[in-house]
Design a protein around this ligand. Structure first.
Ligand SMILES: C[S@@+](CC[C@H](N)C(=O)[O-])C[C@H]1O[C@@H](n2cnc3c(N)ncnc32)[C@H](O)[C@@H]1O
Length: 392
C-alpha cells in the first residue's frame, strides 16, 4: 500500500513473471494490467467480518488479524463501498448493544462467529449472512436492527456452523449449505455486460464487479466465440461466463458443485433468456459424462477454479474432449503457472499474452487470464453440433 497505482501494477507483473520463470514459462508474454475502473478504493463488494473480544473482554467486530484470530475493527475500511461500511458499522453497533456473544472456539461458548455482507454494484442492495454456532432469538433481533438502520439491506440469512476450524461456511456432502431466513429476500442481483446474475447467501461471486465485467468480456473475446459453438464453463459459480457466452453462441453448459449457486444460475438463465444448462457436480466427476455430448465438436472451455487450481486429472479429462481452446481464469499465479506447464507437457500452447486484471487494488493479489490452444495435430472438430439437454 506504499505504492501508487502504477507502482502496484509493476510489482504484480514482477511477481507473476517470477512465478512463470519458476515453472519454465519465461517465454510467455505478460500483457499490461487492466486497471480497476472504479479506482483503488470502494471496489470490494463482499466483506467478511469476524466477531471476538478485546483483551479487556469487550465485543469486537472487524477483520481477522494476519496470522491469528484477533479481531481488528475496520470501521473506515476503504476497500469496501460506502453502503458496506455503513452496514458493518450498524452490525458492530447492534451486536454490542444487544450483547450478542461472540463464539469462543476454545471454550465453545458464545454464538456469533462471522458475517458475510455483499452489495450489488448495480442496485446498491445488500445481503447479510450471519454465521453462528447455534440459533438464538437475539440473532433475529440483530438482523432486524441492521435492516432497519440500513435500508439497502434487503435480505438477512442465518447459517449455523457448529464445526471446528476456521471455514466460514459448512456444507454437507452434496455441497448444500443450510441457511434460514431472518429477514427479506434470498438474493440480490448484479448486472455485468448486460447479463443479470442472481447471488444468494454463501454463493461465490467476483469480489470486484467492475473488473469482473472487463474480465468476462475479455474471456468471451479471446475465446473467439461464434454462433453455434458449444461452451463449457467449469467452476461456473452463479453462471459466470456461461450466461454471457450462451447469449453469444446459443448454447453453454456450466458445472458447479454448490447446489445453491446452481439454482441461482438456472434462475438467471431464465431471466436472461440465455440458453445455458447448469450441472450440479464436481468438475472431475462431471467431465466423463460430458464426453459424449461435447467430445470432438470443437467446444470452447472456460476454467475458473478456486485458489488451489485444477484438481489432479481434470486437465487430462478436458483435453480428452478435444476442445478448440481453453480460457483459464485464476486468482493464484502459482496454481495457474503449474497448470499451464502441465498443459504444455500435454502438447498445448499458451496463446498470446497472459492478461492481468487489477481485481484487488491495494493488495498483492491479481486476477489472470491465459488462453490455451491445442497441438497442431489436433483433429478437426466433427460437424455434429452439441447435444442439448436443456434442464430448467
Ligand atoms: C473462483 S470461483 C469462480 C466462479 C465463477 N466462475 C465466477 O466467475 O463467479 C470457483 C467456483 O468453483 C466452485 N468449485 C470449487 N471446486 C469445485 C469442484 N471440484 N467442482 C465444481 N465446482 C467447484 C466453487 O464453489 C466456486 O463457485
Amino acid at each position: 500500500m506504499h505504492l501508487d497505482g502504477p507502482g502496484q501494477s509493476d510489482a504484480r507483473r514482477d511477481r507473476v513473471s517470477a512465478v512463470l520463470e519458476r515453472f519454465e514459462l519465461a517465454d510467455v508474454a505478460l500483457g499490461p494490467i487492466h486497471p480497476c475502473p472504479d479506482g483503488l478504493q470502494d471496489y470490494r463488494h463482499v466483506v467478511k467480518v469476524g466477531f471476538g473480544r478485546s483483551d479487556r473482554g469487550r465485543i469486537r467486530v472487524g477483520a481477522w488479524a494476519r496470522g491469528n484470530r484477533d479481531i481488528v475493527p475496520i470501521p473506515g475500511c476503504l476497500a469496501a463501498p460506502e453502503v458496506l461500511r455503513r452496514t458493518m458499522m450498524s452490525l458492530a453497533h447492534h451486536t454490542i448493544q444487544l450483547d450478542v456473544e461472540p463464539f469462543e472456539p476454545e471454550t465453545e461458548r458464545g454464538v456469533l462467529r462471522s458475517a458475510v455482507l455483499r452489495a450489488s454494484r448495480t442496485t446498491g442492495e445488500v445481503m447479510l449472512t450471519l454465521v453462528a454456532a447455534r440459533r438464538t432469538r437475539k440473532l433475529a433481533e440483530l438482523a432486524e436492527e441492521v435492516a432497519r438502520g440500513v435500508n439497502q439491506v434487503v435480505g438477512a440469512w442465518l447459517h449455523i456452523n457448529a464445526g471446528p476450524g476456521n471455514a466460514i461456511f459448512q456444507r454437507d456432502g452434496d455441497g448444500v449449505m443450510g441457511v434460514s431466513a431472518l429477514a427479506g429476500k434470498d438474493w440480490i442481483e448484479e448486472t455485468l455486460n448486460g447479463t443479470a446474475y442472481r447471488i444468494g447467501p454463501g454463493d461465490f461471486f467476483q469480489t470486484n464487479p467492475s473488473v469482473a465485467e472487463v474480465l468476462y468480456a475479455r474471456v468471451v473475446e479471446r475465446l473467439e466465440l461464434a454462433q453455434g459453438e458449444p461452451v463449457l464453463d467449469l467452476y461456473c459459480g452463479v453462471g459466470g461466463v456461461a450466461l454471457l457466452a450462451a447469449k453469444r453462441t446459443g448454447f453453454a453448459i456450466g458445472v458447479e458443485e454448490i447446489e445453491g449457486a446452481v439454482n441461482r444460475a438456472r434462475e438467471s438463465a431464465r431471466i436472461n433468456r440465455a440458453p445455458a444448462e447448469f450441472i450440479c457436480d464436481g468438475v472431475l466427476t462431471a467431465l466423463p459424462d460430458l464426453q459424449e455430448r461435447l467430445g470432438g465438436v470443437g467446444t470452447k472451455v472456460v476454467v475458473d477454479p478456486a485458489r488451489r487450481g485444477l484438481e489432479e486429472g481434470v486437465l487430462e479429462r478436458i483435453v480428452a474432449l478435444q476442445p478448440a481452446r481453453i480460457a483459464y481464469v485464476s486468482c493464484n499465479p502459482d496454481a495457474l503457472a503449474r497448470d499451464l506447464a502441465h498443459a504444455r507437457s500435454l502438447g498445448w500452447r499458451v496463446q498470446g499474452e497472459i492478461e492481468l486484471f487489477d481485481m484487488f487494488p491495494n493488495t498483492a493479489h491479481v486476477e489472470l487470464l491465459a488462453i490455451l490452444v491445442p497441438p497442431d495435430d489436433h483433429p478437426p472438430p466433427k460437424r455434429r453440433g452439441p447435444q442439448r439437454k436443456l434442464v430448467r
